[in-house]
Design a protein. Structure first.
Length: 292
């Protein structure tokens, strides 16, 4: 009997822990500046990207979350897009988060008749993945031509497709997504339009009230705030849960808990940022005292 017990001990010790949902084991984030976390450092004093938000919403740690968002994607999406896809494919992802990947395939300073052809190139790149893909459509970002930043507006009229072309671009994205069961369309266009006028939003049990555009969008009127990035990801999860309801038990969707997890993951950086801010305030106060 003792021998039998001893023989079984190695087997018991080797029993693996309960695995995460297979679709959430290896996640690749591809996209442009929103995925790269453009401007978010200005809020908390630490660098954040969509990769950090994805990790903060996973109840069990994924085997890997690879963040490939590029703040300079707009400079050459036809070149940068395939490189991102190649790097993402190297980890054999079980899920691809591509919320703003297609944006600069439709936007950019190019002729309108070229936008549709270039969008097809972006769609072909995404189509190489056989795993679930969360892909956003294209919001109307023309109001961002009046945005402000240290270098002025970050997008110009010549980079924005005409309204009828933007509609055609989104029709193509919607049609492409509808023909592929693994693709989850994230309705960014309708969402962004709604936040410009609505005073209340409910999403996955969370409620926001007030000026949603100001809360979710930076002063450049182009990039999301930290809160806006969280909402952007939750919008993707809301769409995904309609076809993958089993993901619910593996995701954290309460915004307070997501923010807490973000702060915990970046506690050291946040502490350093707070000390820098304190020193800066002390120097400013000393200069003001000297002038007096």
């Amino acid at each position: 009997m003792l021998l039998a017990i001893l023989l079984h001990l190695p087997l018991a010790a080797a029993t693996p822990a309960q695995p995460v949902d297979p679709a959430l084991e290896r996640i690749a984030v591809v996209g442009a500046s929103a995925s790269a976390g453009w401007g978010l450092r200005g809020e908390w004093g630490v660098s954040l990207s969509m990769e950090d938000f994805v990790e903060a919403t996973l109840r069990e740690p994924a085997q890997r979350v690879l963040g490939l968002g590029d703040g300079f994607f707009f400079m050459d999406p036809v070149m940068k897009g395939p490189k991102q896809i190649e790097k993402a494919a190297a980890i054999e992802p079980t899920l691809v988060v591509a919320l703003d990947f297609l944006f600069w395939f439709g936007y950019g300073e190019v002729p309108d008749d070229y936008r549709l052809r270039r969008l097809d190139e972006g769609l072909r790149e995404l189509d190489t993945f056989e795993c679930p893909i969360l892909v956003g459509d294209l919001p109307d970002m023309s109001p961002a031509t009046k945005g402000t930043s240290p270098i002025g507006p970050l997008i110009f009229p010549a980079q924005i497709p005409a309204p009828e072309v933007l509609e055609q671009l989104n029709e193509r994205i919607h049609a492409w997504a509808s023909e592929r069961e693994r693709v989850v369309l994230v309705p960014l266009a309708a969402f962004v339009e709604r936040t410009r006028t609505a005073r209340r939003l409910e999403l996955l049990g969370n409620v926001w009230e007030g000026d949603l555009g100001e809360r979710f969008t930076q002063a450049d009127l182009l990039h999301p705030t930290i809160e806006g990035t969280t909402v952007m990801l939750l919008l993707a999860y809301e769409a995904a849960l309609r076809v993958h309801p089993d993901w619910a038990e593996h995701l954290v969707v309460a915004t307070g808990e997501v923010e807490g997890r973000l702060r915990e993951a970046h506690a050291d950086a946040l502490e350093r940022a707070a000390k820098r801010a304190q020193r800066k305030a002390e120097r400013a106060a000393a200069r003001e005292a000297n002038h007096e």
